[in-house]
Design a protein around this ligand. Structure first.
Ligand SMILES: Cc1ncc(COP(=O)(O)O)c(C=O)c1O
Length: 484
């Protein structure tokens, strides 16, 4: 087994081993029953001490990922996956791969699906968008015969710029925007352009799992920083910045994925101050700041306080408008913009004109704000429903966030409850959520999970939540009875 270990990393060697083996197990590259190299063998292969490997295997065992059998060796715990056993391409499993968290996207769909941060299609203006798109194509079929500009369609950038100024208080010139195919692509373009092997990048802990895959694939060292009620802790950020000289911070400050928490205005300014002090840039992910439940909108984006181009602000409308369109934008000023344009060109030569134009009628009319008002109301009802079912069903050993906007609730169980095992148990009952461990870069197992309350119909949400609390309570009680 080839592991890539670095003595310069801020992570201990044993934690690096844990992370890499856990990643392979989570992505099913290592399947249940497979034997790990012996402690002696791995310590020789990797040129590290016997004790370091022993410590890593112990941690994996405590996390329930491997099992040590006296006199035989250490084996992967998880039951083998059916496809892996049946197909003749199994040899591919021996090739180290690096996308671990994203493998959750290819998990089976369930009836009660709380695992994708997305919206039920009934909450989205799909019919209006489809009608507008049909009319637009009839009037201008040449849209289909034209490559989009690499930076993005000028009309669409103008519309985004007006929206940013009016609704988000951002003074963005249309020329400072680069249209992307979804917000996710914006993160990838920034990472590809500005993050390289060994660079230190800070994220919130927990964070959006998609960003971890992108950063770790670039060879970055990710340092997760704990949050409190006001968001990422500025005192910890200051310490980490001083010690590790990070290059960048990725954050999703408003109704954060996965916790649903929002960063206070005071904290936003402190984070920006730290970035200025230590020469970092910030990747600010604004996936859904419009989806607030209070009378008052959340604090302004960090970008609104930035006058030196330190923040790369990302906006996407996949969640709140149309995941089938996936239009997003990067607001970048100064030399960064030029670099990102080259990255966009080398990635896909520009986002399709069709999808950019598809959001235009909506973005430029009052409908957009009317749609958001309706969506806020519908999501708040769902959030309330979810919280009331959780409150009525769990004792005080289980806690959760009460988001003031967005799509997600973060649930915390007692430390002895593995949400990876609970996930497998729920899958067998046709129900899924996002196990919390995928939201951390180095934590092999965890007792948190993310519940998305926006994806199901109202009826399925209620039925599914009742099923979830009952499965979770059964699972916890069974463990207690069996003395685990
Ligand atoms: C916080 C966050 N950022 C970005 C994305 C990707 O969004 P898009 O579909 O616009 O690429 C997601 C998707 O779940 C997300 O949760």
């Amino acid at each position: 087994m080839k592991l890539v270990l670095s003595r310069k990393s801020h992570n201990s060697l044993s934690d690096q081993i844990v992370q890499q083996i856990a990643g392979r197990i989570q992505s099913s590259m290592l399947t249940g029953g497979e034997k790990l190299p012996s402690i002696r063998q791995l310590s020789v292969d990797a040129g590290i001490s016997f004790l370091t490997v022993h410590k890593a295997y112990k941690k994996l065992e405590q996390a329930g990922m491997v099992k040590s059998i006296q006199g035989k060796g250490v084996y992967v715990e998880r039951p083998a996956q059916k496809e892996a056993a049946e197909n003749s391409f199994d040899w591919q499993l021996s090739i180290p791969a690096y996308l671990t968290r994203s493998s959750f996207h290819s998990r089976p769909k369930t009836t009660y699906s709380f695992d994708y941060s997305a919206m039920h299609s009934g909450l989205l203006p799909t019919i209006y968008l489809a009608d507008q798109l049909t009319e637009m194509l009839k009037a201008e079929p040449a849209i289909l015969g034209t490559y989009g500009d690499v930076q993005g369609d000028a009309l669409t950038r103008e519309a985004f710029s007006t929206y940013f100024q009016k609704q988000l208080g951002l003074s963005s010139a249309a020329d400072d925007l680069i249209m992307t195919t979804g917000l996710h692509q914006g993160i990838e373009l920034i990472a590809k352009t500005l993050i390289g092997p060994g660079d230190v990048v800070i994220t919130e802990a927990p964070t959006y799992p998609g960003v971890l895959d992108i950063l770790m694939n670039r060879g970055a060292q990710v340092i997760p920083i704990a949050m409190d009620e006001e968001g990422m802790r500025a005192d910890l950020l200051a310490q980490v910045a001083k010690t590790y000289h990070p290059k960048a911070i990725y954050m999703n400050p408003t109704f954060q994925n996965p916790t649903g928490r929002s960063m206070s205005e005071r904290r936003r300014k402190e984070v920006l101050y730290q970035a200025q002090l230590h020469g970092m840039f910030i990747i600010e992910d604004d996936s859904w700041s419009e989806l607030y439940f209070d009378e008052k909108p959340p604090p302004k984006s960090i970008k609104a306080f930035d006058d030196e181009g330190r923040i790369l602000f990302l906006k996407g409308f996949s969640k709140a408008l149309a995941p089938g369109i996936r239009v997003g934008t990067i607001f970048a000023e100064g030399p960064f913009k030029k670099l990102l344009l080259s990255a966009k060109a080398s990635s896909d030569l520009g986002t399709p004109l069709l999808t950019q134009r598809a959001v235009l009628p909506f973005l430029t009319s009052d409908r957009m704000m009317q749609h958001f008002a309706k969506l806020r109301f519908a999501l708040e009802l769902r959030r309330d429903k979810a919280i009331s079912i959780l409150s009525a069903s769990f004792d005080s050993s289980v806690s959760w966030t009460v988001p003031e906007g967005g799509l997600n609730i973060w649930v915390t169980f007692p430390e002895s409850v593995s949400t990876v095992e609970l996930y497998e148990y729920c899958l067998r009952h046709d129900l899924s959520f996002l196990p919390g461990h995928v939201c951390y870069p180095y934590e092999p197992a965890s007792h948190h999970l993310r519940l998305t309350y926006s994806l199901l119909s109202e009826r399925d949400l209620e039925q599914g939540l009742h099923a979830f609390v009952s499965l979770a309570n059964d699972f916890i009680n069974n463990r207690l009875e069996s003395g685990c």
